[in-house]
Design a protein around this ligand. Structure first.
Ligand code: IMP
Length: 449
């Protein structure tokens, strides 16, 4: 077991509020150790808003939340798909919040895959041919991962050395594919994080010139990170936090198709991203983050534990359940422990973090799905919508607890009895301890166990 290493990942369908937890643990560890914060999957499909006290609200997409931990080394790993334009915009915002300085060292693994405007255009065009699902976040994530399987990815090092021939061949291939699908890539409108939010792919020259400019700014961050990773992982003076993106319920293998992303959202992804240098099973704590009293989901997936529209609406407004990247309203369901247990198991979590313990209402019991039946027989979770449409949820009701008391609690003992009963049940059901809960929207509203 590697001491002082903690990984956080989404334990449901995304948007569990991991960023804040990472921030808290990274700041604690940073008091004693040199910090490494590592992200191994996804790209700017992730979204997390960080409030820099007294300064700005910043939406992070590719940079992990640890980017505000002074002196930390933040690594964007090989398993990520990186959009240079969006990343530069994020770096600009992060610097702006810190008197125009970076307070961390950013390292981009030279093997990380690039996702460019070409991918966003292709993804947009493909929508015409796809059935089901609400589509992607429009950030060109899956086409970039598909490039790897099709053996023609552009990697971060291709913009460092500026391999113009390879980049041109990439542009021309996507232009031809898109032309074959009846569209003009040059004029295709795509999303960006820049001020206008919209852009077009543009001509070959425009595309190359733009990328060249971005590469000049980004190349200082791009390197072979393996030596640093090996040395720091084997050194007692470093602590590690792994911040995953998305969630196990969005994994292409374990999520409900087609509302899934393309990256490995389990802790297993850390191993491939670090080229085997870090075995996720050696990470001391692998915490799966979920919301305590409900689940949220974006997409067309139908969760067996759907709740009444009235209660769902109330929770959506109270907990601001709207997408950070897309602003889409999220579907709200009762906490489904059958699904959560499946995600914990395949995700390889050793602990749980429960957020939003304060989202409870007087006179409304906290309802949790604790089982499924199919034709009267007990069944377990399977990541298949057709199967899930047929199962009947079995619910258990818990007495609600005093929201104010929870919000004010500083320690476990301060929690209302009903909240303790609930937490004990969850931990027993899932067979793993609870590492932390959050009890309100403010940074200090959290209890570590
Ligand atoms: P993609 O990741 O852009 O390919 O989108 C695929 C699916 O995953 C869509 O249903 C997205 O809404 C969903 N998704 C991707 N990232 C997140 C996230 O961070 N939170 C919630 N849903 C996400």
């Amino acid at each position: 077991m590697r001491k002082n290493s903690i990984a956080f990942g989404g334990g449901a369908y995304g948007d569990e509020g991991k960023g804040r937890i990472v921030d808290e643990y990274a700041n604690i560890l940073a008091k004693k150790y040199k910090m490494v914060i590592y992200r191994d999957n996804g790209g700017s499909n992730a979204g997390h808003t960080v409030e820099v006290p007294g300064k700005a609200k910043i939406a992070l997409h590719q940079l992990p939340s640890g980017v505000f931990v002074k002196g930390a080394t933040v690594i964007l790993g090989k398993g990520m798909v990186i959009n240079p334009a969006d990343l530069l915009e994020e770096i600009r915002q992060v610097k702006k919040a810190n008197s125009n300085k970076l307070i961390v060292t950013i390292l981009i693994d030279e093997m990380a895959v690039l996702t460019l405007d070409t991918h966003r255009a292709f993804e947009g065009v493909l929508k015409k041919y796809q059935e089901g699902g609400k589509g992607s976040t429009g950030r060109g994530i899956s086409p970039a991962y598909a490039d790897v399987l099709l053996r023609h990815p552009l990697r971060a090092r291709d913009i460092k050395t500026f391999n113009k021939e390879k980049i041109l061949s990439h542009y021309r291939m996507y232009k031809d594919i898109i032309k074959g699908l009846g569209e003009d890539m040059e004029k295709w409108e795509i999303n960006t994080l820049g001020s206008s939010g919209k852009s077009t792919v543009g001509s070959e020259k425009v595309f190359i010139d733009r990328l060249l400019k971005q590469s000049k700014e980004l190349k200082r961050y791009i390197s072979d990170v393996s030596d640093f990773l090996k040395t720091s992982w084997n050194s007692k003076s470093y602590a590690f936090i792994f911040e995953k993106a998305q969630a196990v319920g969005l994994d292409p293998r374990y999520g409900v198709y087609p509302d899934v992303t393309a990256s490995d959202t389990t802790f297993g992804g850390i191993e491939s991203s670090t080229e085997g240098l870090i075995d996720p099973m050696e990470i001391e704590i692998r915490a799966s983050v979920i919301k305590a009293t409900y689940m949220s989901s974006v997409g067309t997936r139908k969760l067996p534990s759907m709740m009444t529209p009235e209660l769902a609406h109330r929770i959506r407004e109270d907990a601001n359940e709207y997408g950070a990247t897309t602003k889409r309203p999220r579907d709200i369901a009762y906490l489904d422990l059958v699904a959560t247990d499946f995600f914990r198991k395949v995700g390889k979590a050793t602990h749980m973090v429960l957020t939003h313990m304060d989202i409870v209402y007087k006179d409304t019991p906290v309802k949790v799905c604790i089982g499924y039946t199919l034709k009267g027989k007990k069944v377990t979770y399977r990541p298949d919508q057709e199967f899930l449409n047929k199962v009947k949820p079995v619910f258990k009701e818990f007495k609600t607890w005093d929201k104010d008391k929870v919000q004010k609690a500083k320690k476990y003992v301060d929690l209302p009895k009903e909240a303790k009963v609930f937490l004990t049940y969850i931990s027993k059901y899932l067979g793993v301890p609870i590492l932390m809960i959050t009890t309100g929207p403010k940074r200090e509203q959290g209890i570590r166990f």
